[in-house]
Write a protein that binds this ligand. Structure first.
Ligand code: NDP
Length: 405
């Protein structure tokens, strides 16, 4: 009997729970827990109607290890799928270690008081997971996640050595709001306002953050979406790919932003609304970015009228049989189609489907091992097959376009 505990009932949690419920042969018992139980109950009710599957629900504050331990000891799952926020990664990993449960997440740990994310905190759990014979899989959404799997697949089947990787993330959709973020607003804004880094010839190179003079951008011609301005950004999967793709000389991450998004964000930044330190307001202490989150549309609710597509993929340059080869692997996902299937927009969908697939491979024993793994360290073949079967089909083509030097 396989039993999974999903923690987090937001935009991504909704997709993960529904995609798991579509496969009752693998996910025989599903428990959905979060800080606000009512959100879990609402998703469970939809799943009952859609698939005639019972999902149990629970309330948990995942910042508190003892609460998590109590819940894990009561449920005794084989696997915890963490789709709460990056702040909870370490407490959930601690609880998994204490209760002997495997772990999978989609975003690397970030401390609440500093907008800085890196894998070192979670990689430090390597020996403890290994000693207990447990598996922790990190970053199994789309990017990180599928982007890393594309790299592992390209390395395994199409290159003798990969020299450069450009990850290109385009959301060519329209949600109809003047300003909204496609996943948790706090995490999103912390991420995109960071100083940008990319990796070249063995070191990280810093360039200005996206709203600042000198930020690097260019127009990339995305399949179906057409030319879109794409901005150099720091993204967490580069840190692990630099380690695991041998011989890599350069890796960059690009993301599209529309002008209205950038203009709103610039104004919000200028007036201090993106600050993450405490501010005294009428006798209360508030964190401006958290207050802003309360005002912005819930990303989980954006799907209703979302049109257009996401196009996310990787361009590789490298050598095969002594010749230079350039390949592009990508997925196109339609917001409205995602909504029709699981009542979610494509950003939640493209994150939640790979999360379910990673969990499925772990439960089936196809992905196994003791320790902490980034997904590119695991065999990509069955994951790539599953992407085609479960909603995120991909294409691989010879790349004929242009990228900045
Ligand atoms: P949401 O804000 O929509 O949902 C987060 C959920 O976590 C909410 O249900 C929230 O509960 C719950 N939560 C927050 N804090 C706690 C806590 N202390 N204890 C228990 N539950 C808690 O975020 P998303 O669904 O958009 O994103 C989920 C995760 O997915 C994030 O970590 C994000 O970074 C990651 N992500 C990864 C991507 C990838 O491609 N790899 C892409 C997009 C997202 P409440 O409702 O009470 O606030």
């Amino acid at each position: 009997m396989s039993r999974v505990l999903i923690i987090g009932a937001g935009g991504v949690g909704n997709v993960v729970a529904k995609k798991c419920a579509q496969h009752p042969d693998v996910f025989q018992e599903i428990i959905l827990a979060s800080r606000t139980r009512a959100k879990c109950d609402a998703i469970a009710a939809e799943i009952r109607t859609l698939y005639n599957v019972e999902v149990k629900t629970a309330k948990v504050d995942a910042d508190k290890v003892p609460e998590l331990v109590l819940l894990l000891n009561e449920i005794k799952p084989q696997l915890v799928i963490n789709v709460a926020l990056p702040y909870q990664d370490l407490t959930i990993m601690d609880a998994c270690l204490e209760c002997g449960v495997n772990y999978l997440d989609t975003a690397n740990y970030e401390p609440l008081d500093t907008a800085h994310f890196e894998y070192s905190w979670q990689w430090a759990y390597q020996d403890r997971f290994r000693e207990k014979g447990l598996m922790a899989v990190l970053g199994c959404g789309f990017d990180p996640g599928v982007s890393n799997i594309y790299c592992a697949y390209a390395q395994k089947h199409h290159f003798d050595s990969i020299e450069t990787i450009d990850i290109l993330d385009c959301n060519a959709g329209d949600h109809g709001h003047p300003f909204a973020t496609n996943f948790n607003p706090e995490i999103n804004i912390r991420e995109v306002t960071q100083v940008v880094r990319h990796w070249r010839d063995g070191r990280w190179i810093e360039t200005p953050a996206i709203l600042n003079d000198g930020c690097v951008h260019f127009s990339f011609d995305y399949p179906e979406a057409g030319p879109r301005e794409s901005y150099l950004l720091y993204h967490e999967e580069m840190e692990s790919l630099v380690r695991h793709i041998k011989g890599l000389k350069q890796i960059r991450f690009w993301m599209t932003f529309g002008q209205p998004y950038l203009t709103h964000l610039k104004v919000l930044e200028n007036v201090g609304m993106t600050r993450i330190d405490e501010v005294e307001y009428e006798g209360h202490k508030i964190i401006p970015l958290r207050f802003l989150k309360a005002l912005l549309p819930d990303p989980g609710s954006l799907g209703t009228n979302y049109t257009g597509k996401t196009v996310i993929g990787c361009v590789f340059k490298g050598l095969k049989d002594g010749k230079e080869v350039r390949k592009y692997i990508y997925n196109i996902c339609d917001h409205a189609e995602a909504f029709k299937e699981v009542q979610a927009q494509a950003v939640s969908y493209t994150t939640g489907v790979p999360t379910m697939i990673g969990a499925m491979l772990m439960l089936k024993g196809i992905w196994q091992g003791a320790g902490v793994f980034n997904v590119e360290q695991l065999d990509p073949d069955q994951f790539m097959e599953a992407l085609n079967l479960y909603g995120l089909p991909w294409q691989i083509v010879d790349f004929k376009g242009n990228l900045p030097k």
